[in-house]
Ligand binder design. Structure first.
Ligand code: FAD
Length: 302
């Protein structure tokens, strides 16, 4: 009763809500400006960490490094660098990992990545490269055991997996190799997450499985993205955005309401840790975090 009027603090009780934010490296100056405005707006919310993606096929290698190093040098935030096995030998990847370590980075999000032809094309490991994400986790830990390593998890299974059990086998291999946290692919039906969590726990995997939340900035783009990622888009969600193609202001309100409803339901069901796919835009994420009870550090100090 009155659930929607309760604040996060009342919902979560004494439990602390932790968030992390994911960004992608900017392609040009205009996008760089947007990214840094977003980082500046979200930074006062004191996220656990902020992660920076690694473009398909390692295409953003330099830009990922530059963004991670700038976060480290110019903000109080803790960066996590995404890294994939694609298009590089083990020695090349180890060198990247050592460089991060030398620069002071201590958190890597380790992924297999997709074929150079893009998501959906058949994946083949690079000759002399890490064959799987689990081997990459092992390699990172070999370079330095003080790296925190996060990995992916797929509540609706990865498109390459024959079934959820095969996916959980891979997650188990990544955990056995040293991964300390999994971040899920985004999903819109919370029951999918909890069903997956039950199966993961039943396999004896006890690391945090942090839900990845995608605030829907653009429904069409989110649908395309979901099709490639193997995430389902429920009819009720399509219905909520129906007829709003030329109404960006209402779309934004609906997107905030959808994301708020999702995270508040997760909090009610015991979740206290969230990873936001920001798409480099702060507004929706900031609003949802506000609903979760997060306040800029300066307000809390006042
Ligand atoms: P894994 O967990 O290694 O594998 C996923 C599943 O595919 C496994 O369960 C396994 O059953 C199956 N599988 C794996 N390899 C094979 C194989 N050779 N044959 C048959 N089945 C196989 N991509 C990027 O390019 N850059 C990023 O920065 C990035 N960040 C991401 C962050 C998160 C939180 C998530 C969820 C995904 C991210 N991705 C990123 C996407 C990811 O690279 C792709 O989904 C990729 O296809 C799988 O990589 P993975 O490490 O998630 O897969």
């Amino acid at each position: 009763m009155n659930a929607i009027r309760l604040s996060r603090n009342e919902r979560a009780g004494d439990r602390r809500i932790d968030v992390s934010f994911e960004f992608f490296p900017p392609k040009d100056e205009a996008m760089e400006k947007i990214l840094w405005e977003s980082i500046e707006r979200l930074a006062p919310l004191s996220p656990n960490f902020v992660s920076v993606t690694y473009g398909a096929g390692g295409s953003t290698r330099e830009r990922t490094h530059a963004t991670v190093k700038r976060i480290l040098g110019e903000t109080p935030l803790t960066p996590a660098a995404h890294l994939t096995c694609v298009a590089a030998t083990k020695a090349e990847i180890d060198e990247v990992v050592r460089n991060y370590h030398d620069a002071g980075v201590r958190h890597i999000v380790a992924l297999r990545g997709d074929s150079m032809e893009g998501a959906g094309a058949k994946y083949a490991p690079h000759p002399g490269g890490y064959e799987t994400s689990a081997k990459l986790v092992e390699g990172i830990k070999r370079v330095s055991s003080d790296f925190e390593v996060s990995v992916s998890a797929y509540p609706e299974k990865h498109p390459d997996s024959p079934n959820v059990d095969a996916d959980i086998d891979m997650l188990k291999a990544k955990v056995d190799a040293g991964a300390g946290r999994a971040i899920t692919q985004f999903f819109f039906e919370n029951d999918l997450y909890f069903r997956y969590l039950d199966r993961v726990r039943a396999r004896g995997i006890d690391i945090p499985i942090v839900p990845g939340i995608l605030p829907v900035q653009n429904f069409k783009a989110a649908t395309n993205f979901a099709a490639r990622a193997g995430a389902s888009v429920p009819a009720w969600l399509a219905d909520r955005f129906h007829g709003l193609d030329n109404d960006p202001a209402t779309r934004k309100l609906i997107a905030a309401a959808v994301a708020a409803e999702q995270v508040l339901d997760l909090v009610d069901r015991g979740v206290t840790n969230f990873h936001f796919y920001t798409m480099n835009r702060a507004d929706l994420v900031f609003a949802v975090c506000h609903l979760l009870g997060l306040r800029p550090a300066v307000d809390q100090a006042a």
